[in-house]
Design a protein around this ligand. Sequence first.
Ligand code: HEC
Length: 129
Amino acid sequence: MKTCFWNLIGAVAALALSFSVASASPSKRYDATTKTCRSLTQENDLEGYKVFRRVCKECHNLTGEDGRFLYSESKGGNAWNRVFAEKYPKCAKTGAWDKLSLEDQLKLNDFLVRTGADAYDPHDAKDCG
Ligand code: HEC
């Protein structure tokens, strides 16, 4: 009975550990807006970064006047996907995103997922070099 208990504790600990380990930068993502699977490319990352600078950073910059500071690591990939799938931020409802075409939105979302808080894992062969 005692061994059984410790086996259970071990299994739970192993499970918890496997969840806490980051995975390598993703190479694709599911996009809920278009219901498609997107391959993440360096070209789109760059385009997405430019959109972030042009549209979002107008407010989400270090001055903190129009919105709190945001950068790609403010959220993990899944959270960024939710931002665009649900368009829940206050600014999306006020029309601050109107400059954003669908293509811009997709590339911006790609960039944020690829560089989000949980994306980089130096212990993974895909990211370490
Ligand atoms: C005209 C100014 C403005 C622009 C442009 C703007 N935002 Fe916002 N945003 C705000 C304000 C104001 C809030 C609500 C206060 C806050 O949390 O910063 C907000 C809130 C948010 C939040 C919620 C805050 C959080 O921590 O979860 C997210 C996410 C967000 N914006 C993302 C974006 C993205 C992505 C873009 C570019 C497509 C963008 N915003 C463009 C003003 C703006």
